[in-house]
Design a protein around this ligand. Structure first.
Ligand SMILES: [Zn+2]
Ligand SMILES: [Zn+2]
Length: 398
């Protein structure tokens, strides 16, 4: 121990910045191997500690609780250490690869957890093949190999595990104080794969798209969900209940001073430009106007794009009409160039297809749209303000 301590003290006195070229990366790899060897020595001693039951002598119920209390390890880390300690002596090939620094504790823990489920004898019999796999795979990859092994040797057990895991599925959506929504959930493999396919698919990003991949996935989820709601609306087989309702006064949408905020189902009060964006295309949003005696002089016929108008708009525009954007019509909103709440008509001369990203930019007034007649429009940048969901400045604009 004193020798290791002296070596570490000498190491702490070296200056990493002096290592140039690949020398620093080589040293990181070497230090990783050495720290794995140290970790293996800890596990080798912990295995004896575990088998002798020394934790009980210290007044603890298990090796894992001894590790959390005495060494202040997290429960997850202590569980990993205890699982490894319990099987190390029964997997000699694994123990020696670990001791040589060729196998990380995360890999050994995957084998240990596998042994808990499939049985130590099965894992010991397959050890040479598992070690070959461990040499080239990360811990998640090794876990998949063990899952396959489980399906081969114990299909009923694997089925039972899947059934138990399925019971843990759930989805939680909670609005935050600033009107965003936090998603948290656990999905079964089928639903999870479908969701991942849905949010990762779609046309490639436009040239002016500066969103992060996470922002793009969030937007894509919005398109998919709104498309589903719109399809329900069109075929009328999912009921009128599958519609989000925006409650707003005309005075609010017109931005008159002193008017109350518009409110969205599930979420609550909204800022003005978001309320106008949502209220613009009533394809998936129902609108309740009034509430404080405001005359309801704008009926739904005056603001809702009919299926026939939508079809004609699709034929005319084909895709989002913002410069350089080819997001297909299916994912676009029908934007009222002159807002319906200001007397704009719901007819083709006043409607233009915009993808949600560009529609939002228009309602944030980063862009102004001028009708040129005959269903053609000119886009003009009106502000220097730029965020990831707004188009970058384009010299052809205006
Ligand atoms: Zn709009
Ligand atoms: Zn667009």
């Amino acid at each position: 121990m004193a020798l290791i301590e002296a070596g570490l003290t000498a190491l702490a006195e070296t200056v990493p910045a002096e290592l140039i070229g690949s020398a620093l990366g080589d040293e990181l790899a070497e230090l990783h191997r050495l720290s794995t060897r140290l970790s293996a020595e800890l596990s080798r001693r912990l295995a004896v500690f575990h088998i002798r039951g020394d934790a009980a002598a210290d007044g603890m119920l298990s090796t894992q609780s001894w590790l959390t209390h005495r060494l202040r390890m997290s429960r997850a880390h202590a569980g990993q250490q205890a699982a490894v300690a319990a099987v190390l002596s029964k997997l000699p090939g694994t123990a020696s690869a670990y001791a040589a620094g060729a196998l990380s504790i995360a890999h050994v823990a995957v084998l240990a957890r596998g042994a808990e489920r499939i049985g130590i004898d099965t894992v010991a019999a397959a050890e040479p093949i598992l070690l070959e796999a461990a040499a080239v795979l990360d811990p998640a990859g090794l876990r998949r190999v063990l899952t396959h092994l489980r399906h081969v040797v114990d299909p009923d057990g694997a089925d039972d595990d899947a059934a138990a895991a399925y019971e843990r599925r759930g989805l939680w959506c909670s609005p935050t104080l600033d009107g965003m929504v936090v998603l948290d959930g656990l999905l079964d493999p089928d639903t999870g794969a479908a969701l991942m396919e849905a949010v990762n698919s779609g046309p490639p990003p436009a040239a002016d798209d500066r969103r992060t991949p996470a922002q793009s996935r969030a937007d894509r989820l919005g398109e998919v969900v709104r498309d589903w709601l719109a399809a329900g609306d069109a075929t009328d087989n999912r009921g009128a209940s599958a519609q989000v309702t925006l409650t707003a006064d005309l005075a609010t949408l017109r931005g008159e001073p002193g008017s109350v905020a518009a409110a969205l189902d599930w979420i609550g009060p909204l800022d003005l430009s978001t309320a106008r964006l949502i209220g613009c295309d009533c394809r998936v949003t129902g609108i309740v106007l009034g509430g404080d005696g405001t005359p309801l002089n704008v009926g739904w016929r005056h603001r809702t794009v009919t299926p026939a108008q939508r079809a004609a708009l699709t034929v005319r525009d084909k895709h989002c009409q913002a410069l350089g954007c080819d997001r297909p019509a299916r994912w676009c909103d029908a934007h009222h160039v002159k807002p319906w709440y200001d007397g704009g008509r719901t007819d083709l001369n006043n409607l233009v297809l915009l993808c949600r990203r560009h529609h939002r930019a228009v309602h944030r007034r980063s862009w102004r749209i001028e009708p040129l007649g005959g269903g053609r429009f000119r886009f003009q940048l009106t502000t220097d303000r730029a965020t990831a969901d707004e188009p970058s400045r384009n010299p052809r604009a205006g």
